[in-house]
Design a protein around this ligand. Structure first.
Ligand code: GLC
Length: 551
């Protein structure tokens, strides 16, 4: 269908309509290229919507689609109410929304409110004159007495979080790349601009927003220096942040008072549309994350990055799964994203990495709130191979190639062949990544033992088992690191240890609805009672049989 009629304004009127959905992150530049220029785009996504429908996911989060000089591949927005010509047009957005809706898929856009591009007209005005009304849309500071930056803040991508603007003799703040000046959320005019931006897209029928950097929009008044952290005490490093980012304690540039008021303000805008606000609240302490979600007056849900930041460490992973208890049923579960190494790579690679990622996927798919797959998770993809000279990521540029998010962003492998069915162009914007035929959607679809079929079965089961809807999670007393919980009549169990384990089952007869088998899954439907044996690093989903006379 190719209609370009705008979608109905509010297709998502049931409160909490997302609760039973399974999300999927489309990193648009690398998903599918519809016009042969080597970049993924909206046409390519529309052509591949049937893959998502077949997989069974029903909520898609699209990485930024706005005009952008692509200094951070769309996370540097030059116009919030338009579409990057390389990615498509507003008419393509309308068509995508309609075609997705026909398949029961809701579409979230990525809202980037912490910073704009240097090419945004607001910043162009702001940088030209200290007296321009747009000056105060951003954070400016006088040089320190030695001419250096106004304070000791360090960018996530490394180096000072300030860049000098010679035309007006002051520095501007950027928590990320210099091409991404931070907006000043203490200025009410900025908040009003964003109310209008939200409404612009909600009126077109988008189902909500994934909100970028939702933890750091507010900064401490006066932008004071942050405490320095001696090298020996610096926290464990995350692979998406430069090393010098950890040399200071980030007490003044994130989780500031007033942040929740911004989230509440957006909630008020979103509510009449029934739209979903999914925050990238990068907080690895579940208690602190909970403060943004518990009252349900701001963000509806927030990503939990406990798994994304983990290697294969069974006890640690089990603890990250239990984090849901303090945060309540409001987490979006992810194992991979465009910002970190892919889960199978972090878990040791090869069949082992795939198997481990699938085991954790089973464990998260039964939990409340929203599981979100990253494109290629369903294929068990490891990181693509990208030689350092081909790095595109600003993080790579700022860290001299020490870190790069490019390997998680190589083109989606659709079909065997040189160009992976991704594009007709000779080259894609990133290297192909060294994918094999067995990595592709086409080959995996023909093989019921593939990861693709395993994820499809899993997604379908989440929809089919009513026990996984709404009910509370009761964690089953197990010997770690077997992790198990019961919801309604369903028991979900995963053995995170390498050796086989036996799990004592609650009373009754249980039908095994799904068992992982290597990096695939089967639906044996056999009945077990008393105990379940699980091979090392495998998982299963069981449903309690209703005894005669019951139910
Ligand atoms: C978020 C995005 C990341 C981007 C950064 C700055 O963390 O996921 O890709 O670089 O924000 O916008």
């Amino acid at each position: 269908m190719t209609t370009t009629e705008p979608a109905d304004a509010s297709p998502h009127t049931q409160p909490g309509w997302w609760a039973d959905r399974v999300g999927y992150q489309v990193y648009l530049p690398s998903f599918a290229d519809g016009d042969g220029d080597g970049w993924g785009d909206l046409t390519g996504l529309r052509q591949r919507l049937d893959h998502l429908a077949w997989l069974g996911v029903d909520l898609v989060w699209l990485s930024p689609i706005n005009p952008s000089p692509m200094a951070d591949h769309g996370y540097d927005v030059a116009d919030y109410c338009a579409v990057h010509p390389r990615l498509g047009t507003l008419a393509d957005v309308d068509a995508l929304l309609a075609e997705a809706r026909d398949r029961g898929i809701a579409v979230l856009l990525d809202l980037v409110p912490n910073h704009t591009s240097v090419e945004h007209p607001w910043f162009q005005r702001a940088r030209a004159s200290r007296d321009d009304p747009y000056r105060d849309y951003y954070h400016w500071g006088d040089p320190a007495p030695d001419g250096g930056p106004p304070n000791n803040w360090v960018s996530v991508f490394g180096g000072p979080a300030w860049t000098f603007e010679p035309a007006t003799g002051q520095y501007y703040l950027h928590l990320y790349a210099p091409e991404q000046p931070d907006l000043n959320w203490d200025n009410p005019a900025v908040a009003r601009e964003f109310d209008a931006i939200l409404r612009f897209w909600l009126d077109r029928g988008v189902a909500g927003f994934r909100i970028d950097v939702a933890h750091a929009l507010k900064k401490a008044p006066g932008l004071p220096d942050q405490p320095e952290v001696p090298a020996a005490q610096q926290p464990a490093r995350l692979d998406g942040r430069a090393a010098d980012h950890y040399a200071i304690e980030h007490v003044h540039d994130r989780e500031q008072p007033g942040l929740r008021d911004l989230h509440r303000r957006w909630r008020a805008v979103a509510e009449p549309y029934g739209a979903l606000l999914l925050g990238e609240v990068y907080i690895l302490d579940p208690q602190r994350l909970a403060t943004y979600l518990r009252d349900q007056d701001g963000l509806h849900t927030g990503f939990w990055f406990g798994l994304v930041e983990s290697e294969w460490d069974p006890a640690h992973l089990a603890a990250q799964l239990r984090a849901a208890e303090v945060t309540g049923p409001h987490l979006a579960w992810v194992q991979s994203s465009h910002d970190r190494r892919r889960a199978p790579t972090r878990y040791g690679g090869g069949q082992m990495g795939r198997r481990r990622a699938l085991t954790l996927a089973v464990l998260t798919l039964g939990l409340p709130a929203l599981p979100v797959l990253y494109q290629g998770d369903e294929l068990g993809l490891e990181d693509g191979h990208v030689p350092p000279q081909a790095y595109q990521d600003p993080l790579a540029r700022r860290t001299g190639g020490a870190l790069s998010r490019d390997p998680a962003r190589t083109p989606m492998p659709w079909e065997p062949g040189e160009r992976l069915g991704f594009t007709d162009a000779e080259q894609a914007w990133l290297p192909w990544g060294g994918r094999t035929d067995a990595d592709t959607v086409a080959v995996q679809r023909a093989d019921p033992g593939s990861p693709l079929w395993a994820y499809r079965r899993l997604v379908a089961l989440r929809g089919a088992l009513s026990g996984l809807r709404g009910g509370p999670v009761r964690w089953h007393a197990t010997t770690p690191p077997v992790v198990a919980y019961v919801r309604g009549d369903v028991l979900v169990a995963g053995n995170l240890e390498a050796h086989a384990a036996t799990l004592a089952l609650p009373a009754g007869r249980w039908t095994v609805r799904l068992r992982t088998q290597g990096s695939g899954a089967v639906e044996p439907d056999d009945v077990v009672e008393g105990a379940l044996s699980l091979p090392g690093e495998h998982a299963a989903i069981l449903q309690r049989e209703v005894a005669a006379g019951e139910g």
